[in-house]
Design a protein. Structure first.
Lengths: 498, 96
């Protein structure tokens, strides 16, 4: 039953392509798209907590899929986000446009790929589904009309593909050493060796690139800010979570040494603060949100590196919900200009409420889901690392004070009902999931908000935020060269130090 | 003599060199194809052991799994190459 979660969206993606070829546009395609988006939900509900080997083979010979404590939050986050993204897309892509059916088919393929990757317990099967999701994402980005979007898609494609091949190479090393691809069987057969050490270093570095974590994040801000709004939400909310789940699979299967985990914790903390610092300097609203993805994925990595897989999974779910919501809400009011200060939510109370709620959620303020996820992450961390989580919260709140400060002053163009519905829906999801999971109300959060607002006012007065961020070099090829070098350097360092 | 696995790794390194040194988009796509070919050779080499049987009605077969896995990777490679070339054409059209 579990494989149906990936199979159903894929089936409807093919049905959409077929309907398009037969010129049956309009309601039929819309119905197929929505069915493909929601049908995995009942399947997930019915098969929660179970595991199976596809085709009934023995575990050694077959492909195992499961819904466990660790991957269920990823799946829930993806499903909630995708439902709202699909509602939003109905109001975003023109149904008369010839491209629209293709966009819908690609969105469903990304949905299928993500679900397939999250249910996988087998490394190679995980790779295949992660690639389905990434390839659909490249194609979806290339649909954007914006200048520079094709270059961003190309950069993302080449780097992500290089990382995938290196990841498959490390799977090959693991298979050579242990003879298995299934994560549980590998963990029983694995004995520490140089080959496995190399495999885990290569896999970690390449998955960090695909997850967009500092210092391998170079492709992310361009890709996430230039894609069409619903695609940005899906990219930032869900596609970068698949490699994070891959890291969880890898770390649960292979013994990760103490030095490697320490390096990863350090990388995670640097990523958190680098993302915040860059976000504070941005003038483009979607780019600001994209840099926060770099920062937020740092928290997920903190969870993974401290072997707190459940915490990482809940953080990933929380991030899917609030970052997806922020992209949808901010993207809707910035259709004319994305420059901060030129648009806002003064005339759109629904958007104002959603963006404020989502900003509090990403800042980890109770009773939103962010607070619950942050408390889970810091529960397994030692003293100094915990402090980093708290300071990161203040930084995030500061950056979102900046966003809301600019949004409060501007007005937005005409908004569609579907846009308001999906933004508000995700904001309420962030609140309700927090309440259900028991985030509680913590009066100390008011102090955090006060410090963040104060710091923002001080920074604003000092004029540091007005400094122009130097424009990145235009040449796509050169950027790919640099990032490939960084990836190779990261692999070498992880191998030597891990 | 070097083994097929080692040859595969060397070919992958050649491709990675291309990704670090060439700036034309088409050459980058070709480099990534070289990486994938090295990867395929590495996997095929993993399964091969001299003197073993073909995995069809076997008595003492080689391991058929790595070669099968590579079929999937080859498919991904073909799909991505066509997509990358299409994006390059669009990039030229935009004058980037």
């Amino acid at each position: 039953m579990i494989p149906l979660m990936a199979a159903l969206p894929m089936l409807f993606a093919f049905i959409i392509v077929l309907l398009d070829v037969l010129h049956l546009r309009g309601p039929a395609i819309k119905a197929a798209f929505l069915l493909g988006a929601v049908l995995p939900i009942p399947v997930a509900w019915l098969s929660r907590g179970s595991s199976e080997v596809v085709g009934g083979w023995a575990r050694e010979a077959g492909i195992e899929v499961a819904l466990t404590e660790t991957n269920l939050p990823f799946i829930v986050g993806e499903l909630v986000l995708f439902v709202f993204v699909s509602v939003y897309s109905q109001g975003y892509f023109n149904p008369r446009d010839k491209k629209t059916p293709k966009v819908f088919a690609l969105l469903l393929l990304a949905h299928a790929g993500l679900l397939g990757a999250f249910i996988a317990r087998d490394l190679f099967n995980f790779y295949v589904y992660m690639e389905i999701a990434s390839v659909s994402a490249f194609a979806l980005m290339a649909f954007s009309e914006e200048k520079g979007a094709k270059g961003a898609a190309f950069k993302y494609l080449i780097l992500s593909l290089l990382a995938s091949y290196l990841f498959v190479f490390s799977i090959g090393l693991v298979y050579m050493e242990t003879g298995y691809l299934n994560a549980d069987l590998i963990s029983k057969a694995a004995a520490p060796s140089r080959e496995l050490g190399a495999a885990i270093a290569i896999a970690t570095a390449s998955l960090i690139l695909k997850a967009g974590i500092f210092p391998l994040h170079g492709w992310l801000p361009d890709a996430h800010s230039r894609a069409p709004t619903p695609v940005s939400a899906l990219l930032s909310g869900a596609v970068v979570k698949a490699p994070a789940y891959g890291m969880i699979l890898m770390f649960s299967a292979l013994p990760a040494g103490e030095p490697l985990r320490f390096i990863l914790l350090a990388v995670a903390v640097v990523s958190i603060f680098f993302g915040i610092a860059m976000a504070l300097l941005q003038k483009d609203a979607k780019r600001l949100l994209a840099y926060h993805t770099v920062s937020q994925m740092g928290y997920v990595l903190l969870g993974i590196a401290s072997l707190n897989f459940v915490g990482a999974a809940y953080y990933a779910m929380a991030h899917s919900i609030f970052k997806g919501g922020l992209f949808l809400a901010v993207g809707s009011i910035s259709t004319r200009s994305r420059k901060l200060g030129e648009f806002g939510y003064r005339n759109a109370p629904v958007m104002a409420a959603s963006i404020l709620m989502l900003s509090l959620a990403i800042g980890g303020i109770s009773p939103f889901i962010g607070a619950y996820a942050k408390s889970l992450i810091s529960s397994e961390l030692g003293g100094w690392w915990k402090l980093a989580v708290y300071l990161g919260t203040i930084g995030t709140l500061m950056s979102f004070t900046k966003l809301n400060y600019h949004l409060m002053r501007g007005v937005s163009p005409q908004l569609k009902g579907a846009w308001k519905l999906s933004s508000l829906g995700l904001a309420l999801a962030a609140l309700l999931s927090g309440l259900i999971l028991g985030a509680g109300i913590n009066p100390k959060d008011a102090l955090g908000i006060a410090i963040a607002v104060g710091l923002f006012a001080a920074l604003k007065a000092s004029g540091l935020l007005e400094r122009g961020h130097p424009a990145p070099p235009r040449d796509v090829g050169r950027e790919v060269n640099l990032m490939a070098m960084t990836l190779v350097a990261a692999i070498v360092l992880l191998m030597l130090l891990g | 003599m070097i083994s097929p696995e080692q040859a595969g790794i060397i070919i992958m390194l050649v491709g990675i060199y291309g990704l670090m040194a060439k700036r034309e988009p088409v050459k980058l796509v070709l480099s990534i194809n070289v990486v994938s070919l090295g990867l395929v050779l590495f996997f095929v080499g993993l399964a091969y052991s001299p003197g073993k049987d073909v995995p069809i009605m076997p008595t003492d077969p080689v391991d058929p799994l790595p070669a099968t896995l590579m079929l999937t990777t080859l498919v991904v490679d073909v799909a991505i190459t066509s997509l990358a070339l299409a994006i390059i054409i669009r990039m030229r059209g935009e004058g980037e």
